[in-house]
Design a protein around this ligand. Structure first.
Ligand code: PBG
Length: 308
């Protein structure tokens, strides 16, 4: 009689690919989670496939950064290389790529910066170029995460112009200016050098604003919409799902992972039970897909026969 049950097919595994390392590097603020060198991605994907997980979202840590984030659309950039390797080895896995500038720019913001301001419209063509370069490498879905206005439309037309009409867009539509991203910024080396992200990410006090963002993205051609973070925003997940009835993804973000890990390490919470309850709650709220750093642990526990 269970209404919502998490299946492994619902889960998307985040993979941090680092061009500057030669062996996996544990992320200090995310115990048990690693950056993987480019040469290590095939093995990492293979491990996940053995556990029954077959969708991945890739984040890159590039070897160089500049003002406009050119390493993000470099044909030989970290993501492009990693995606080509995985695509060649595993034609059927689902490859999602994060399309953003913050990991690739010296200032760490998600758009081009001029005089201390984010230049929304000047960023759009660059996002189009990044998406096309990911599609060329073999991505099935591109996921713009920078919350620039018009990014979905710009990416859709760039992809279509280059013949990638069947590459889908999963937009980080309702992405809040949240403190739960702290550990990610260490994981992906994407912290900003000045200001914050509040001029482009959504205000935590607002719910209707998220619905308007989702509506715009759908009009611009988004195939899947995302709510992020997940746990403190389950009301938004539910409202988005009920209002639009479209494929909805929730991102169980780095800070949510680290809180669970920290208390599990202390012995204050039972990790398996807590993760099971969290993922089930996200699904029950209405998410069709969940990006989560717990994916591998969860899949392993399921394989070992865990049941509630
Ligand atoms: C890049 C991006 C971020 C996350 C995913 N893509 C960081 C940010 O906006 O600061 C956060 C994911 C997480 O915390 O797990 N724009």
């Amino acid at each position: 009689m269970r209404e919502a049950k998490v299946e492994l097919d619902d889960l998307i595994v985040p993979i941090f690919v680092d061009e500057t390392i030669s062996k996996p590097l544990e992320i200090r603020s995310m115990p048990g989670y690693y950056r993987i060198p480019v040469e290590g991605v095939v093995e990492e994907v293979e491990k996940c496939l053995d556990l029954g997980l077959n969708s991945f979202i890739f984040f890159g840590i590039p070897s160089y950064k500049d003002e406009i984030g050119s390493s993000a659309f470099d044909k030989n950039g970290v993501i492009q290389k990693a995606v080509r390797l995985v695509r060649k080895e595993f034609p059927d896995v689902v490859i999602v790529t994060d399309v953003c500038l913050c990991e690739y720019t010296t200032h760490g913001h998600c758009g081009i910066v001029k005089d201390g301001k984010i230049m929304n419209d000047e960023t759009l063509p660059i996002l189009g170029k990044i998406a096309v370069s990911h599609a060329e490498a073999g991505a099935d879905i591109v996921a713009p995460s920078g919350m620039m206005d018009g990014m979905v439309k710009a990416i859709r037309s760039a992809l279509d112009d280059e013949g990638f009409t069947d590459v889908a867009i999963m937009s980080y539509s309702a992405k809040y200016a949240s403190s739960f991203y702290g550990p990610f910024r260490e994981a992906a080396d994407s912290g900003y050098k000045f200001g914050d992200r509040r001029s482009y990410q959504a205000d935590i006090h607002n719910g209707d604003e998220a619905l308007r963002e989702v509506e715009l993205d759908l009009k611009e051609g988004a195939d899947i919409v995302m709510v992020k973070p997940a746990l403190a925003y389950l009301d938004i997940v539910r409202r988005v799902k009920e209002t639009f009835r479209v494929p909805t993804c929730a991102y169980n973000v780095s800070g949510e992972y680290s809180m669970v890990k920290a208390s599990a390490i202390q012995g204050w919470l039972d990790e398996k039970d807590i993760v099971y309850e969290i993922l089930t709650s996200i699904k029950r709220a209405g998410a069709d897909l969940i990006i989560t750093y717990h994916a591998k642990d969860f899949a392993r526990w399921m394989k070992e026969g865990f049941d509630w």
